[in-house]
Design a protein around this ligand. Sequence first.
Ligand SMILES: C[S@@+](CC[C@H](N)C(=O)[O-])C[C@H]1O[C@@H](n2cnc3c(N)ncnc32)[C@H](O)[C@@H]1O
Length: 317
Amino acid sequence: MNAFYQRSELYAAFFNPNEEIRGAVDRLVRRHLGRRPLRVLDPACGPGLWLEHFVRQGAEVAGSDLEESAVALAARRLPKRGARVLVGDMRRPPDELGADFDCVINLDNSLGHLADYMDVAEHFASIRTRLAPRGVYIVGLALREDGDAIDTGVVYERGPVDIDGGGFAALRTESLGLQPGTRCERIRQITITANVKDTPAVIAEQYDLLTFTFEMLGDILAAAGGFEVLACLDATDESLPPKAFRRSAGDVVLVLRKADPARPRARTAKRAAKRTTTKTKATNAKAAKAKTMSKKSTSTKPTPSPRAATGRGSRGR
Ligand SMILES: C[S@@+](CC[C@H](N)C(=O)[O-])C[C@H]1O[C@@H](n2cnc3c(N)ncnc32)[C@H](O)[C@@H]1O
């Protein structure tokens, strides 16, 4: 069990999605669903930060998480009507949460917490049965090939921030790199707190996150019943600019839809890769220009770490 996730007030204080990423996710959903979502599921919901975002838009929301304390905080934060949260494993979120979701959201590489690729396949197969026919699954994960080099060192540092209920805390997350035997990214995280109820002054922990080769991901999605890749975005930038869907893409957010079994393998990973590469070149140039212009006017913001999605959120940095 992850001690940081068990202190949900801490998680909520650091990783409440900011306006930029909320806007980017809303645009993604609207582009691929054609409207605002009506039913949203987060299968590793933590304290329900994304569920809160969607319930404010009038959606019915459901979520589950392994951590009881996170689910308890989500239940306190969310309205009683239109929201349901339960303790449960994302390999197979509780049936009581229902199905027919037009949006499933699972960001910040939460998927990387699963123990192995069988668990991941079980997760995708289960999500497939929960999605409405045209529903979208917005999922964050890391695409890395054997031998890829990744930047080690500090990937997130923030604080002190005020904690709901009193006290304050600072957080630093470091990547120790890819572990050759397991292909997992090893993360070291240190939280320092002061005057936070029932919380030690220092929480130091280390955990591993699964990463995926391009081929492996394609196989897993096929084994889970088939998904189309509608879009690939750069998870290290909160505006979620498009990114080529390809080997070694790194930390990405994918927009998936159930593949239609009537159509011969609608868009396989390889075909999707070709399409997003072509689209990405043009869109990235546009996005980079817009970003440079907007950076000029907001340069007082502390510069966050350039890398994200290492299982502790990509936001607020
Ligand atoms: C990075 S947080 C994401 C929380 C939330 N989705 C958000 O975006 O704010 C990862 C969450 O995954 C949960 N988690 C880890 N393994 C899980 C599993 N097998 N099933 C359900 N939740 C899990 C952790 O307890 C933690 O709350």
